[in-house]
Design a binder for this molecule. Structure first.
Ligand SMILES: Nc1ncnc2c1ncn2[C@@H]1O[C@H](COP(=O)(O)OP(=O)(O)OP(=O)(O)O)[C@@H](O)[C@H]1O
Ligand SMILES: O=C(O)C[C@@H](O)[C@H](O)C(=O)CO
Length: 331
């Protein structure tokens, strides 16, 4: 199958569930964080970045999540609203939980790392009863970001959201999004990732993330093709494995495979590549484009974002991507 079909007659194109946090990106770049004195604040969280990316591409977008009852939580909600994202599914924690912080260290364009403060974060306190079934029922796509499975009650909220998606014919995109600091142990990660991946129509991850997901599935050396075949045995129609500056590869349930090239980039920081790639790729599929064209669009979005200081703020608008693709060709 070259193209994915999405339900018609839905009021939303895309709803994401998971982490809403704050990125604090070092202003003094090309040095270790020990020498950084100032940061710029952006909305962050992989699913938030992807939702912002989808909204910038004119997709009708909503979010299901939980924010802290503080200035950071209010900043996040306002930013989502300012970017045209439906926030009725975003609830405010009343237990004193805090907003997750992601300090981005930019030692060099190719050597970036994230220091994450994730203790007692509001996003992992989303309750199953706070998942708005109507938002999922009314959307063509539900994006599940893997880290939301890291702790209860967020874990159960996500598993319920998956059941709603299956019930209402909403396509599920599972972005594995492995962030080790949120998990207790790798075994737990694999178990809950499996629960989500088995119910997903499109699975996106890096090779390392799929290895984490498949650690109990035998064959220590797992090829991308083996990975894809495994998930076609469940619900998947498309499996995408991302390989950084080597590009990406996607497999279709029809046995097709597609190599994704990269676009040239004046890399400031590598973070944000995955989220922008996902937004562009999903956008392309939702336009009815084939897998290869959707991958190319995603790669263009990624090059734009890694050439910028932020992730969310830098998520490109449609005309920006089109201009970029008219100037540059995949390398
Ligand atoms: N240095 C680069 N130059 C151009 N394109 C890149 C580069 N790095 C990544 N990309 C593009 O972005 C896509 C996703 O990047 P990557 O494989 O690093 O995902 P990721 O690890 O999820 O990203 P992130 O760092 O945001 O978590 C790649 O498949 C490629 O198309
Ligand atoms: O997903 C996170 O918690 C970190 C993000 O906010 C950050 O922008 C990033 O790493 C994007 O890939």
């Amino acid at each position: 199958m070259e193209r994915v079909s999405f339900a018609s007659g839905k009021s939303l194109d895309f709803v994401a569930i998971g982490r809403l946090c704050i990125d604090l990106n070092a202003n003094e770049i090309n040095r270790p964080m020990e020498e950084t004195m100032t940061f710029t604040k952006y909305v962050g969280g992989s699913p938030a970045n992807i939702a912002i990316g989808m909204s910038r591409l004119d997709m009708k977008t909503a979010f299901i999540g939980k924010v802290a009852d503080d200035q950071m939580g209010r900043f996040i909600v306002q930013y989502l609203r300012d970017n045209g994202i439906e926030t009725s599914g975003v609830v405010t924690d009343r237990t004193g939980a805090v907003t997750g912080l992601a300090f981005t260290e930019i030692k060099s364009p190719e050597d970036c790392s994230i220091l994450m403060y994730r203790d007692n974060v509001a996003d992992l306190k989303l309750e199953p009863g706070e998942v708005d079934e109507a938002l999922i029922a009314g959307s063509k796509v539900l994006l599940v970001s893997g880290t939301a499975l890291a702790k209860s009650p967020s874990r159960e909220a996500v598993l319920l959201a998956l059941r709603y998606a299956r019930k209402h014919g909403t396509k599920v995109v599972f972005d594995i999004d492995y962030r080790p600091y949120s998990w207790t142990n790798p075994q737990e990660t694999a178990i809950y990732y499996h629960a989500a991946a088995e119910k997903s129509d499109i699975i996106i991850g890096t090779r390392e993330e799929f290895d984490m997901l498949e650690q109990f599935d035998g064959n220590t050396e797992r090829s991308d093709a083996m990975t894809a075949a495994q998930w076609f045995g469940h619900h998947a129609e498309i499996v995408v494995i991302k390989h950084g500056k080597e590009g990406s590869i996607a497999y279709g349930k029809d046995g097709s495979s597609h190599r994704g090239s990269i676009f040239p980039a004046k890399v400031i920081k590598t973070f944000g590549a995955g989220d922008s790639y996902a937004a562009g790729f999903i956008y392309g599929l939702m336009q009815g484009w084939n897998i290869s064209r959707s991958m190319e669009f995603g790669s263009a979005c990624a090059s734009i974002v890694i050439s910028s200081h932020s992730c969310s703020d830098a998520m490109p608008k449609l005309n920006q991507v089109e201009d970029f693709m008219s100037q540059f060709k995949p390398v």
